[in-house]
Structures are given as C-alpha cells and as structure tokens.
Design a protein around this ligand. Structure first.
Ligand code: ADP
Ligand code: MG
Length: 337
C-alpha cells in the first residue's frame, strides 16, 4: 500500500513536472507594423503557432487599414475609388462610426485632411494658417459618411483616418485568435496599446505600467485580467515650434491639437477598439467632459493625468490601481458614480 502511494505520488509529480513548463512556456515575437513596435507573448504549447498567425493577422489588417499604403482599402476610399469592403474593414468602420457618435464628434474618423495639413502623416511638420484649417474643417464630419452593406459613401474631398482605433481593433482580433487557439494567457503591446488575455501565467493579474508622461519610467500601475489598457498622450507624437508643443491628437471642432489640460489618458476596457477610440476622444474632451461621459457608460474605466500632476481615476479600477514605489509628485482623485 505504502509503495503504491509512493509510486502514485511520484507519477503525479512527474505529470506536474511534464505539464507545468508546457502550460507556462513563453513564446514571444517582436515586429514593426502600423508605424510602431509591437511585442507579443503567448503562453502554452500552441503559443508558437498562435504567434505566427497573430503576425499574419497584424500584416493583413495593416494592409487593409493603412492611410498611407497604396492598395489598402482606406487608401482606395480616400482616392475616390469604389471599394467592396472586407468584413474586417467594415466591422471596424461600423464600430468607429458608433464611437464618433457616442463621443459627440470628439472622435472623428474623417479628420485626415487636418492631420495631413499639420504634417503628422509625413513628419514634415508645420502650423497651418487658420484659413486653411477652416477650409479643411468643411471636409471633417463623420455624419456625412454612410456605410451600407459592404460599401461606404464618402463625399468628395473627405478622407478617412483610422489611426485612433486601428491598433485597438487589432488587439481585439488578436485576443479572438488566441482564444480560438486555446491560449489561456497572452499579452500584446501594440505601441502603447496593451491588451491581455486571461491572467498572467502565474495566475495573478497582469501588472501594466502607465508611462510617465513627464519622463522615463511609469507614473502608475494597473492590475488587469482580460482587458485592454490604452493610453493616448501629447508626449507620443508631437513637434515644437516657437516654444509651443503641437501634439497629434486634433480637436475636430477647431482643427488645432487638443489642449484640454490633460497630458495622458488611459482607458481600461474589455474592448480594445473602445479603449483606443475613447483614449483619443477623452483626450480631446478634457477632464470635466470625460468624467461626465464616463457617468453615462458602464463599459470602461479611466486614468487621467493633468498638466499639474493630478491623477484622476474612475471607481472601477480603484482597487487595482497603484503608484509604483513612491507616489512622487502625483495627487490622486477617485471619481465615483
Ligand atoms: P496613437 O496612435 O499614437 O497611440 P491615438 O490612438 O490617440 O494615438 O491616435 C492618434 C491618431 O488618430 C493621430 O495620429 C491621427 O491619425 C488620428 N486622430 C487625431 N485626432 C483625432 C480625432 N479627434 N479623431 C479621430 N482620429 C484622430
Ligand atoms: Mg486611440
């Protein structure tokens, strides 16, 4: 009896030893796509093949959604061609247009002519004069485009820019792919858009660092499971002229870079598309409007960092939010319903 127990125990231990490394085996990939560096990690036996498929999916979506790549569906639409939209482009346009409406146009995917005038598409930066901007704003109005079946009607002179939502949508699609590949734990960082599947391989929530907008390192940490954590900030892509900093997030009401007092907006949500679209939109809205907007919804939480160092978070992430090490110069406010 004793001997049986011992050998059963030994067998159990061997099984554990055989399973444990495979279940938590890390597979990683790094690639440059959608104008940014992407890091992917998937854990488990199927990880390697899942990451190969993930990279193919990223390239496929980039090939459909890029504004600058000839041959993409968005490029063709922006050049007046009639396009039979792929299911992916259609789905993203559908969701993005809904978010434009929900945010009262703080997100507007027809902003492209203005983004180009500032030079953000070519990095040949310039401050356009106000007449130019007024004229271009005539061509910015997402309510004038209609999506019918697999075709999109884009009025003359209007152009699409899915830059504010494409990486978030890609994150959602990657999670779907990982789930189908029976991956239980995965992490992707698509140039600042983080999205995770399940918990981390050791079973604890993933700890995601929010970049310090004023310097190196992290301003905050949030612990999440099955979430997208997406940050928009004026410190990511900008230029300076005459001592003024011009960021790449444009207020569609004025045509000028949004100057709302916020320097970093992070959205935590189950949906990457929503998190990406709202991180851009809430940056445009500014704190008061952002908080008001949050009160009307139950599908996301936020971390807002203001120029004066105030950090405002929404109630839903109160217990998963922390400052790394010392709180430093940040003051914390929690907004409740
Ligand atoms: P990033 O892509 O750097 O992570 P965002 O998700 O905030 O940042 O997207 C910013 C991009 O979205 C800009 O580079 C521009 O192409 C586009 N954009 C800028 N302002 C707006 C806006 N108000 N609505 C929709 N798209 C915008
Ligand atoms: Mg965004």
């Amino acid at each position: 009896m004793k001997r049986f127990c011992l050998s059963a125990m030994l067998l159990a231990i061997t099984l554990l030893a055989a399973c444990a490394p495979a279940a938590s085996q890390a597979h990683t990939a790094t690639l440059f796509a959608m104008d940014t560096v992407m890091d992917l990690s998937a854990y488990g036996e199927q990880g390697e093949i899942a990451l190969d498929n993930a990279q193919d999916l990223i390239r496929e979506l980039e090939g459909l959604l890029s504004t600058t790549r000839e041959g993409s569906e968005i490029y063709a639409l922006n050049h007046g061609e009639t396009v039979a939209l792929s299911p992916s482009t259609r789905e993203l346009l559908d969701r993005a247009l809904a978010l434009c409406g929900d945010t009262g146009g703080a997100l507007d995917i027809t902003i492209y002519p203005v983004v180009r005038a500032w030079g953000f598409t070519t990095e040949e930066y310039q401050v356009p004069d106000s007449q130019t901007l007024t004229a271009l704003l005539d061509k910015v109005d997402y309510t004038q485009i209609t999506l019918e079946g697999d075709s999109l009607l884009l009025p003359d002179g209007m152009e699409l820019d899915l830059g504010a939502v494409a990486k978030g949508y890609t994150g959602d699609r990657l999670m779907e792919l990982f789930r189908q590949s029976e991956i239980a734990s995965a992490y992707v960082n698509l140039g600042g858009n983080v999205q995770v599947l399940g918990a981390s391989p050791d079973g604890d929530p993933w700890r995601i660092g929010i970049r310090d907008p004023d310097g190196e390192g992290y301003a905050a940490v949030v612990e999440v499971t099955d979430r997208a954590v997406v940050t928009s900030g004026a410190y990511e892509r900008y230029f300076e002229q005459g001592g003024v900093r011009y960021g790449h997030i444009i207020d569609p009401d004025t045509g000028y870079p949004a100057r709302s007092g916020l320097i970093s907006v992070t959205i935590v949500s189950q949906s990457g598309t929503l998190a990406d679209g709202l991180s851009t939109a809430l940056f445009v809205m500014g704190k008061d409007r952002a908080v008001q907007f949050w009160r009307t919804r139950d599908d996301f939480d936020f971390i807002l960092i203001e120029e004066d160092g105030t950090v405002t978070i929404s109630q839903g992430i109160e217990n998963s939010f922390s400052f790394p090490g010392e709180q430093g110069s940040y003051a914390l406010e929690v907004v409740r319903r």
